[in-house]
Ligand binder design. Sequence first.
Ligand code: ADP
Ligand code: MG
Length: 500
Amino acid sequence: MYYLSPVRNNIVRDIRNKMFLKILFLPVSFFTEEKKGDLMSRITNDVQEIEWSVMQSLEALFREPLNILVFVVTLFWISPQLTIFVFVLLPVTGFVISRIGKSLRKSSGKSKELLGEILSVTEEALNGQRVIKSFNAQAYIESKFKSLNEEFTKLMIKVYRKTDLTGPSSEVFGVFVLVCVMLYGGSLVIGDTGTLKASSFITYIALFSQLIPPIKALSTALNNAQKGVASADRIYKILDAEESVSNIENALAFNGLNDKIEIKNLFFSYINSNEFVLRNINLNIPKGKITALVGHSGSGKSTLADLISRFYDPTIGDIFIDGINLRDLNIYDYRRHLGVVAQESILFNDSISANIAFGMPNVSLDDIINSAKIANAHEFIMQTAEGYDTYIGDKGSKLSGGQRQRLSIARAVLRNPNLLILDEATSALDSESEKLVQDALLKLMKGRTSVVIAHRLTTIMNADNIVVLHEGEIVESGTHEELLKLNGHYSKLFNMQAFL
Ligand code: ADP
Ligand code: MG
């Protein structure tokens, strides 16, 4: 046990590490299909279950077979006839035990799923605090939680009962077999064949009763392992999940954009959906220019931006970077030159400087401050209690929307990306902070290749090329003036904005 303790704990550590790493590299699409709470449950509860059940069983699997083997060989030596008789009875016992095991595995798997859902609801409740409170939705969320919890409890009662059933039932079978042995063995002793001496028979019975505890321990262990197998299935669903967007073998290095991004005959549909969200997209994004994507909500702007970031690969068609297919480029090289500022600023519960330097090694404070200045963030940072060392709370909740967004921009400035993607970076802001952010964005875009999706059309009038998306297709493109003259989709959108 002393030496097994590091073994079991190290195995569990390795599984946990592997899962976490996998989560970091799985494609974005994986997470829209799975519940966050359930994923968290797998990395904690299911891994723990493995530690518990599989490791426990491994111990038994090492210890008991040896015991059993020694006893069986001795028994065989005393009376082959009687031992063969015992072996005829064993499969019946084995069958019943394995039935319990199978049903245990099923219930245990289901219970882990439910536990995942419980965690999902908890996670949503924690994240949705404000909405739950302002909509007085406590009772609704509570009932959702309670019914899941109730279902889980009922299932767990079943699981426990089944687990507890293994011990007694193998004991009953042990006694049953023992009785049969006594009957048959007794007849061998009393009968006149004289195959078995009375003294040998007594030794036989004594040894046979010693055989029952290890068999019982082994069957309990096997059934426990079934619970672990259910958890292992859930873990391997993550570990074996396909990285649909991944580096091909010998992926090409990328050192920055030289000429243009070219999108050719691109069609895209999300997994589990057979409708194309983007259809027949052909688009040139020249280096150093601003390309704007406009269109109604749901027209596919963000999807197109995600394709350029290579969060997804096109279903049909290709994206070429300086003539090289994006699929052939080293994805990590490519992303190193990519800066993304989205509508929702993703910040971490860490200091301001750590959030700006996010993921970059050896960044000097001077560089961080410079980026913050360009992003119009320096001033408000200096007004916080501890300046660049201030912790910003969960998801940056201690900052205002505009401040969060300016931190995101500072982060993008610091990375000094070649290619910039702005997805409605100002749409969640009030008009005053929008001006500050807008100004920061203009400074950020200077000299870079930018793809801009803007909520307010006034922010993209300066773009070199405006591309109008309508229901997943490009319907118009050109400069602001050209498009206005067309008097089509763009001018309609523009007029709607003007009257706001
Ligand atoms: P926009 O950014 O122009 O408002 P999106 O690109 O976000 O539009 O969405 C385009 C279409 O794709 C919408 O109809 C939306 O319902 C659908 N969509 C977006 N994300 C997903 C997803 N993860 N799975 C399935 N459909 C999606
Ligand atoms: Mg969008």
